[in-house]
Design a protein around this ligand. Structure first.
Ligand SMILES: N[C@H](CCC[C@H](N)C(=O)O)C(=O)O
Length: 246
């Protein structure tokens, strides 16, 4: 089987396509393992679909299934276009619904799913939180200093709310984010739906404009846009290598 490794702003994925729609959780654990596998935050499998360019199956590195992955959609769209599986402007089916992505060289833009507010502002453990679903659930707290990121608190909140956990700093209308990712069970270098959740929170508080640059732990620049209540997520992706494993 041929596998391709992508990095989307530091959030990395193993991607392949197959005619077989089945549970790939075990493959995800094996392939995402950073010592004995290829190593990645997640596995993405493209399978045929009669109504869309393809359907995707997404797994976190612990083998758990997730409905959506913002960075994963950008990597997967680039993979699909590069392999002739979809046109540059494509529509594919995810666990969170239909996703539309557009590929222009190494820049990919994804139209995210409609955000759903789960729990508005609440205070817990000394931080003010906001819980929103941007394809998957995300807790967001805005802090003055990202050194306030607390991995053990993030892990506690992740299990209490079954959500990813984001600490965001806003400076000159730019957003800087650190994310503890569910299913990776640790901080990743970027989390697309997490950046979208932070953007939404900052936008609601009028701390950013309708278009904002967002910088995850990898420091790569991404752009989030809110237009007619729809969120668009744009940034570069990198194909790292392709390999065959028997
Ligand atoms: N870990 C997430 C899925 C991946 C989200 C993230 N990698 C992104 O780019 O949106 C979850 O289980 O909810």
């Amino acid at each position: 089987m041929t596998y391709t490794k992508y990095s989307a702003s530091g959030n990395d994925f193993v991607i392949f396509h197959s005619f077989t729609k089945k549970d790939y959780s075990k493959e995800a654990i094996k392939l995402c393992n950073r010592t004995e596998g290829i190593g990645a935050d997640g596995l993405i499998v493209l399978v045929p679909h009669k109504d869309y360019d393809f359907e995707w199956l997404f797994y976190n590195s612990d083998g758990s299934h997730a409905a959506m992955c913002g960075n994963g959609t950008r990597a997967c769209a680039h993979y699909a276009y590069s392999n002739g599986l979809a046109p540059s402007n494509m529509k594919f089916l995810t666990g969170a619904g239909t996703i539309e992505s557009t590929v222009e060289k190494d820049i990919v833009q994804t139209q995210l799913t409609k955000p759903i507010l789960i729990k508005d502002e609440f205070i817990q453990d000394g931080f003010t939180w906001y819980l929103v679903d941007t394809g998957v659930p995300h807790l967001v707290t805005i802090v003055e200093d990202l050194e306030k990121y607390d991995n053990s608190l993030a892990s506690k909140m992740r299990y209490e709310y079954n959500a990813n956990v984001n600490f965001a700093k806003i400076e000159d209308k730019k957003i800087y984010v650190r994310t503890y990712e569910r299913g990776v069970e640790g901080e990743t270098l970027a989390c697309g739906t997490g950046m979208a959740a932070c953007f939404l929170r900052a936008h609601n508080l009028r701390l950013v404009d309708d278009i904002a640059n967002v910088y995850p732990k990898s420091k790569e620049e991404l752009t989030l846009t809110k237009k007619d209540e729809i969120l668009y997520f744009k940034g570069a992706v990198k194909k790292i290598f392709t390999t065959s494993i028997n």
